[in-house]
Design a protein around this ligand. Structure first.
Ligand SMILES: *[C@@H]1O[C@H](CO)[C@@H](O)[C@H](O)[C@H]1NC(C)=O
Ligand SMILES: *[C@@H]1O[C@H](CO)[C@@H](O)[C@H](O)[C@H]1NC(C)=O
Ligand SMILES: *[C@@H]1O[C@H](CO)[C@@H](O)[C@H](O)[C@H]1NC(C)=O
Ligand SMILES: *[C@@H]1O[C@H](CO)[C@@H](O)[C@H](O)[C@H]1NC(C)=O
Ligand SMILES: *[C@@H]1O[C@H](CO)[C@@H](O)[C@H](O)[C@H]1NC(C)=O
Ligand SMILES: *[C@@H]1O[C@H](CO)[C@@H](O)[C@H](O)[C@H]1NC(C)=O
Ligand SMILES: *[C@@H]1O[C@H](CO)[C@@H](O)[C@H](O)[C@H]1NC(C)=O
Length: 211
């Protein structure tokens, strides 16, 4: 047997083992990593917590038989094929925000303003660490402003106006180094503006009146 042939044969085994290991790891990883199906179940959970949808927008449009990316108000990113924006503003919806919404891990924009969402905000939303724009304005949310709002590293705009949020502005807001717009007028807030806000060096608009 020529020497080169023998080397080719013995060299084949490690390569095969590597390929096997690699594909096994990849299968394990992808079995556990979230994908567009995760986003679909998160949005279906939200739909199931909507108690009033007078224009039947979600009732007829958010159907499992079409891709989530074609649902009204939903935008997907082309690169990872995950939901990147959810805009349900001014749809006259009533309901609460379920913890599953925190599974939309590629979400950069969340706008549910001008509706009648109520209750408090689930802590799981802290997992939305890619958020840049968050608008909960003109709903009926209550409870204290969650301190975990301060843990969104890329957040640029936060609108909480026109709700019934109580308590003080959490000092964690000082961590929002990208924050440009913070609109919280017309709530039930009290106390002082935390000094740490001065660390929000990109802040341009701060509206706190009517509290
Ligand atoms: C999403 O991941 C699950 C496992 O977690 C898998 O069963 C499913 O086929 C995947 N869906 C897509 C669209 O990749
Ligand atoms: C849902 O709404 C979107 C946007 O208005 C529309 O393009 C799509 O065809 C609708 N899908 C269904 C199944 O009604
Ligand atoms: C989504 O989130 C919920 C609650 O936060 C969790 O229990 C569930 O396992 C998650 N579902 C998926 C498909 O990742
Ligand atoms: C919020 O709702 C009030 C009362 O319905 C309305 O007058 C106001 O214009 C809304 N604010 C915004 C920013 O749309
Ligand atoms: C706002 O919350 C406070 C304290 O929980 C409550 O007393 C008040 O009735 C609420 N106001 C509205 C308009 O819901
Ligand atoms: C955010 O701010 C709080 C209080 O100002 C601080 O204790 C915490 O370490 C900060 N967290 C991050 C992730 O920067
Ligand atoms: C702003 O951040 C710096 C560095 O993280 C910290 O030392 C300082 O105390 C902060 N200022 C305020 C007012 O919290």
């Amino acid at each position: 047997m020529p020497k080169s042939n023998l080397m080719a044969k013995t060299g084949f085994l490690p390569t095969l083992m590597f390929l096997l290991l690699f594909s096994t790891f990849r299968a394990i990883l992808s079995a556990n990593s979230p994908n567009i199906s995760t986003d679909q179940s998160a949005l279906l959970a939200l739909k199931s917590y909507i108690t009033h949808d007078p224009h039947n927008l979600l009732a007829t449009n958010w159907s499992s038989s079409t891709s989530v990316c074609n649902w009204i108000g939903v935008t997907c990113g082309s690169r990872h094929h995950r939901v990147t924006a959810l805009d349900l503003s001014s749809m006259d919806l009533t309901g609460i925000i379920p913890s599953q919404l925190g599974n939309l891990s590629f979400l950069a924009l969340l706008d549910i303003s001008q509706n009648s969402f109520h209750g408090s905000l689930p802590t799981e939303l802290i997992d939305l660490h890619r958020l840049k724009y968050l608008n909960f304005g003109n709903n009926s949310f209550s409870g204290e402003i969650p301190s975990w709002f301060g843990y969104f590293p890329t957040l640029e705009s936060l609108y909480l106006y026109g709700n019934n949020f109580t308590g003080v502005i959490p000092s964690t807001f000082g961590n929002l180094s990208k924050l440009e717009t913070l609109i919280m007028y017309h709530n039930n807030l009290k106390g002082q503006i935390p000094l740490r806000i001065e660390n929000c060096s990109n802040l341009i608009k701060l509206y706190l009146e009517d509290n």
